[in-house]
Design a protein around this ligand. Structure first.
Ligand SMILES: [Zn+2]
Length: 84
């Protein structure tokens, strides 16, 4: 059981973790399985909308940033904050 940073509920952690390393550890500690499932659906939309080619490292970096914003691991639109 973890306290989810996104839905702010005590819930089951992510069971299947496609990310390794520090990011995987952070996701397991801070994001619940339900929010992770929502991100999986959302990521398919984002990949289709932006026609991301995931063999391209910049496309993977873009998707990773979107994931952190979606799961509240990063503030929304960090670029506009940096520019203001
Ligand atoms: Zn959650």
């Amino acid at each position: 059981m973890i306290h989810c940073i996104r839905c702010e509920k005590d819930a089951e952690a992510i069971i299947a973790m496609p990310h390794g390393g520090a990011l995987g550890e952070t996701l397991k500690a801070k994001v619940c399985g339900l929010c992770w499932a929502e991100w999986n659906k959302e990521s398919v939309k984002i990949i289709n909308e932006h026609r991301l080619n995931l063999s391209d490292p910049s496309a993977r970096a873009f998707l990773s940033t979107q994931m952190k914003i979606f799961l509240k691991l990063a503030p929304p639109a960090p670029l506009s904050i940096a520019l203001s």
